[in-house]
Ligand binder design. Sequence first.
Ligand code: AMP
Ligand code: ZN
Length: 430
Amino acid sequence: MFWDQAIETAGRAGLERLQLQRLQATVRRVAERVPFYRQKFADLGVKPDDIRSLADLRRLPFTTSDDLRVNYPAGLLAAPLNDTLRLHTSSGTTGKPKAIFFSRADVENAAELCARSFVMTGVTKEDVFQNMMSYGLFTGALATHYGAEKIGCLVIPAGPGNSERQLMLMRDFRTTLVHLTPSYALYLADFLEKRGVNPRRDLALRKAFVGAEPYTEETRLKIEAGLGLDVYNSYGLSEMNGPGVAFECEHKQGMHLWEDHFIIEIINPQTGDPVANGEPGELVMTTLCREAMPLLRYRTRDITSLMLGRCPCGRTHHRLNRITGRSDDMLIVRGVNIYPQQIERVLMATRGIGRNYLIRLEGLDEMIVYVELTGADFDGQVEHLVSLQSQIAEKLRAEILVKPRVELVPPATLPVTDGKARRVIDNRKL
Ligand code: AMP
Ligand code: ZN
C-alpha cells in the first residue's frame, strides 16, 4: 500500500533532480537568513551558486549537535519567530537541550511523512492507534499522532506508562496499533504476562511501531512474542522533524529513508570521509524541505549502513540497516571497544531471563551487568541461578571479550522510565 506512490517509487534520476533543486533552495535560504551558516560558508569560501550537483554537497560544512547547543535558543532559525508554529526540544541528558522550531509547512511535512510511513506498513483508517510515546517537548508523539489522524485512524493519545490504564484502553477500544519505545514494550509484555493476558487471544493488537532508542533484532522478536504483533522499526530524531524519517516497510528488511526530504551520507566519524557503499559509519543528513530550521550535513552520531539492492516493495528510497548504536555510546572497558547493543543481543537471546537490564561501570574498569529474572526463575533453585549467572557471563565474554560480573535481580526491580531507557551507568574514575 502506498500513501504517495509517485514519490515513493520515483526513479532515482528524478529523485536526485528533485534533491538537487531542494538542496540549492535550502542552501540559498540559510545563506540569506542564518548568520551561523553565512559565516561557515565564508570560512570555507563556498557560495550558494557553487552547488551545481549533488556531489557538491561535500563542499558544505557539517552541522553538529554542539552547534545547536551553542546557538540555543534561536540562533539557527531561518524564519521569523512569529512564523513558527511549534517548538520541540531534543531529549538532551545534560545541560541545555537543543531547540527545534517548526513552521506550518514543517508541522505538515512531519505528519505527512508519518502517514506515508504508517501506510507503508499496511495501516488503514480502520486501525485504532494507541500512542504510548511521551506527549510534550519530545517530538515522538505529536507527529505520529497527526500522521495517524491524516490516515483517518482513531487515535488514542495515551502517552507512556500506567500499564493498567493502557490495558483497559487496549481492551475497551480494540486497539490494533501501538507506538512505543523498546524498553516500554518489553515492560508492557511483562505486565501482560503477569496479569495473565494473552494478547493474541484477548486483545486486537496487530502492529507496533518501535523506535526512539536502539534495539536489537533479538529484542524485536521478544516484543513480537510478548505482545503478539508485528514490530516495525521506526527511526527519527528531533533535528529532522522527529519520527517518520526512516521506517520499515512490510518486508521488514531495512528502513526506507525518505529521500525527497533528506539527503543521506554515511561517513567515517573520525575522518568525515564517506565510507564505501554498504559499510557502517555515522549517518549524516541534510534537510531538503525544512523551513524554520534547515540543517546542512547534520551529524546524527547514529551508526548504521546503507542496505544495498532493491526492496521487493517497489520503493526506490534507500534503506538503512538497524542503528547499532551511537558513535558516542561506545564504552572502552579494559581497552576493548564495546557497544551496549552487543550486550543486549546476548541477553535477549538467552532463554529464561526477564526483559530489563542495566550495565554499570565502577572503579577502574569493572563491569557489572544486572539482569532481571522472570517470576518463574526467581522462585527457582539457587543452583540453577548460579549456573544461569555463569552461563550469561561466559556468553558475554565470547561476544565482548571482557567477562563482566553478572547480577541476577528480582523481577521488576530495575528502573524503568517514561522516556528513553538509560542502559549504562558509568561511575568509573578514569
Ligand atoms: P530525539 O531527537 O530525542 O528523538 O532522539 C533521536 C535519537 O534517538 C536518534 O538520534 C537515535 O540515536 C535514537 N533513535 C531514534 N529512533 C531509533 C531507532 N529506531 N533505532 C535506534 N535508535 C533510534
Ligand atoms: Zn520496502
